[in-house]
Design a protein around this ligand. Sequence first.
Ligand code: F0G
Length: 456
Amino acid sequence: MKTIIEPFRIKSVEPIYFNTVEERKLILENAFYNPFLIRSKDVLIDLLTDSGTSAMSSSQWAGIMHGDESYAGSPSFFRFEETIQEITGMPLVIPTHQGRASEKILFSILGGKGKYFLSNTLFDTTRANIEFSGAEGIDLICEEGKHPAIPAPFKGNMDLVALKQIIKEKGAENIPLCIITVTNNSGGGQPVSMQNIRAVRTICSENNIPVFIDACRFAENSYFIKLREEGYNNKPVFEIARELFSYADGCTMSAKKDAFANIGGFLAMRNEELALKCRNLLVITEGFPTYGGLAGRDLEAIAIGLREVMEENYLQYRIRSIEYLANKLIAAGVPIMQPAGGHAVYLDAKKFLAHIPVAQYPGQALVGALYLHGGIRSVEIGSLMFGKYDDNKQLIPAQLELVRLAIPRRVYTQSHIDYVAEVVIEVFNARDKIKGLSIVEEAAVLRHFTAKLQQL
Ligand code: F0G
């Protein structure tokens, strides 16, 4: 088989500014070992997130010019609405400025004390919005998903036995929603199988619990189903996505991922009564229902991006380019989550830095080392992001200590990725020198964004 090439040419470029290890040492100290506090011009390869960082296509930029900025009834909204209706089969579409705005609206309505939201794994903003409402989020990831080193085709699946058990334990009447995150971002960008989604649907239907999809990366998940699940090999991704959404009552979406947009999101659903409540809240928080926190031009860019993302040349290149990086790291003995995720490679920091105890945040220490050595910005998805304290202020660690190398869509070339592999491998070979960290300052919620740390 020949090399799978980037299915695009480059029309416009942005410079990367180079700096030295000495300069980065100072920058890292000044940023208190927190990548969110580093300025982007000080980063060589930015793998902090795949969110809002996509390169838009020439069609999307053309769409920007077509955007109609009318307050009410803009044709751009109707193109947006129609595209989402077509892909999801859901008639009620509510635009928001990004994924977490959709979550805030949804959980303000459905959340509250004594309520439980079940999921394969809730993303950090989703969990935070649930908890902010007074409710509790419960992750029910399948057994395979808990072991980074063991490859399995659908490590994002929900544990169905645990799901039934929890429903019995908490009472179906206290569970307003079950949320399936596709792909499972916090669990390694791993896909959920159609079979699992169907089974979750059946269990929830038996208990009268609605199912929502956190659809940020629905196209990547659909492509994994095509590659890995029996019966889907010859189906177009569009049809697979349609089927995936057909099992859900609604979805939340961040268009900053699988819609190649720099901003945007939406809620879509089938229930009129819920949609009415959402729109009422939308008007006071985001905007009028035909723009909801977005400009008309954003609605156009999203509508076009949602169709482009299902092009199979693109998805083949996308999934392959992540796997390419993963394979280089595996060959060098670097411990990573296997198989590669759909949007990122996740380093297993617990194994990578086995000499650093979990309470000294090995993931965050590794993030610092990658920046220092090669100017690569990554993000910890471990105990800094998800850790809690017990009554004695002792850390209750996260299940996994991962470092995510998220690959922005259509942005970096193969040589950028080769460079990333070289840096990670060099850091791995000198890992004994890396030291743990302690927290100096932190916020009560989503502390990883602003926490200040120091080297031990
Ligand atoms: N759900 C998932 C699975 C996500 O990955 C994200 C964002 C959101 C919801 C929230 O969407 O950012 O538009 O408000 N993930 C980004 C990331 C931030 O880096 O993974 P948002």
